[in-house]
Design a protein around this ligand. Structure first.
Ligand code: EPU
Length: 421
């Protein structure tokens, strides 16, 4: 299995480009299932998860191909498909569940494997199922699969309130409602930029969605949609990961192509800990001057501080002059990186949802093991800051969400290489 080897301590200077957002690309690719014909999705990141979504669409008889760089995806949706997402694919990528809404809406039928738990928490999909049931779908759970049957073949508009905010849940029910009969009002929706981007893509297909980016979505169902041609937004979490790299002591990094408005909570925290953050033409520049100041952070749904940046921010706080408190409110088990950071000399204690990070003057390189995607990114950042050599194993987690991270960091001065197994 590949590993990333980092000889830490080299200052990072220069600019780095952001790829398209994984978490916008995945639901947008699934949205193709809402209309027969030839779809194009641009600015797609070249990642393992996108390949998995391509395999999933392929397994449903859709043709899926990408250009050689992997950034333009073309999907041909035929007149008849097999509306089924098998366990083999769903178990490798939970986000496969975003096919559920489009399948129910366009094909009146869906059979999707239940995703099960994962490294960061239990992650149920009860809200996705409740939303579909509110739209009139009959749902049965059997043999590890969700079976959805839409009586009469068409969902019916409704008013539905999510019990808690869910990103892919909002995306699924929003997609389902685009083809329902009549008006759907969804309350307590997720407000993440990826939800807004998907709503924009759906509206370009002919959907009538209002309110994206607020807690209430109003969707007037239409009879049919036309094929999709949409460029997905830049990846705010990849961008955020590079911004944290820039905020590490002695670094000066400009992240090009990101949308500062998507990164407000993170930028505010980077300023609080003493990094110099400026918007420049086409990007954001961060200079990390000396050891960071400590701060307290609570993860929250957007526009709060993103859970997907908690692990990376923890690395910065590991080097702060003083103690910080992180509270993870979105997922119940998202501190798997703590034990690995401790191997690099970090001083962290976890009690339930809260991690207390007592800053140390320096980290020291060691072999570490990644447990999930964002934890892997945090370990790479820690390796860049640590003295000596860090080996990050289980790189497949990293490859699910970061496009050639080593090739993006090396030109900044990082001594980082991928060692092929
Ligand atoms: N939840 C429920 N019931 C549901 C759905 C969610 O209880 O039916 C709970 C979850 O267990 C969790 C909370 O609600 O505690 C929020 O989960 P959410 O549904 O919003 O997460 P998700 O849609 O499964 C997306 C991203 C994640 C990101 C979260 C939170 C995609 C494909 N994934 O997941 O991204 O952490 O939103 O922002 O969009 C990543 O990219 O590394 C990643 C994990």
């Amino acid at each position: 299995m590949d590993k990333i080897v980092i000889d830490g301590g080299a200052p990072l200077r220069g600019s780095v480009d952001v790829s398209g957002a994984k978490n916008a690309a995945l639901p947008t690719l699934a949205a193709a299932l809402l209309a027969e014909g030839d779809h194009v999705v641009r600015n797609v990141p070249n990642l393992a998860d996108v390949r998995t979504m391509g395999r999933l669409l392929g397994s449903m008889e859709c043709a899926f191909e990408r250009d050689p760089a992997g950034h333009v995806a073309r999907i041909r949706v035929p007149a008849a498909i097999t509306p089924e997402a098998p366990y083999e694919l769903v178990k490798t990528m939970r986000a496969s569940v975003v096919v559920l809404g489009p399948l129910a809406a366009r094909w009146g039928k869906a059979r999707v494997s239940l995703p099960g738990g994962c490294a960061i928490g239990a992650r149920p999909i009860d809200q996705h199922l409740k939303g579909l049931a509110a739209l009139g779908a009959k749902i049965t759970l059997e043999h590890g699969y969700v079976d959805v049957e839409v009586p009469g073949g068409r969902l019916k508009g409704t008013v539905f309130t999510f019990d808690g905010q869910t990103v892919t849940g909002t995306e699924n029910i929003m997609m389902a409602a685009t083809l329902a009969e009549g008006r759907t009002v969804l309350e307590n929706c997720a407000r993440e930029p990826e939800v807004v981007d998907l709503a924009n893509a759906l509206n370009r297909m002919g959907a009538r969605i209002e309110g994206a980016g607020t807690a209430e979505l109003r969707i007037d169902g239409v009879e049919s949609l036309r094929p999709l041609d949409h460029a997905v937004i830049p990846d705010r979490i990849e961008a955020g990961t590079f911004l944290v790299a820039g905020a590490l002591p002695g670094n000066d990094v400009t992240v090009m192509g990101c949308v500062p408005g998507h990164l407000e909570a993170l930028i505010e925290k980077l300023r609080t800990v003493g990094a110099d953050v400026k918007e420049v033409a086409g990007g954001v520049r961060v200079v990390g001057d000396g050891r960071p100041r400590p701060t307290d952070i609570r993860t929250q749904p957007h526009p709060g501080f993103p859970t997907d940046m908690q692990a990376q921010m923890m690395v910065l706080l590991c080097l702060a002059e003083g103690s910080s408190r992180l509270t993870e409110t979105v997922f119940e088990n998202r501190y798997m990186h703590v034990q690995e950071l401790q191997r690099l000399g970090a001083d962290i204690t976890v009690d339930g949802k809260t991690a207390v990070v007592r800053g140390v003057p320096a980290l020291s390189g060691a072999p570490v093991m990644a447990s999930d995607l964002r934890a892997s990114a945090a370990l790479v950042l820690a390796g860049l800051a640590a003295k000596g050599t860090t080996e990050v194993q289980r790189v497949y987690h990293l490859d699910r969400g970061y496009e050639r991270i080593e090739a993006k960091l090396a030109p900044l001065g990082a001594r980082i290489t991928r060692v092929k197994a």
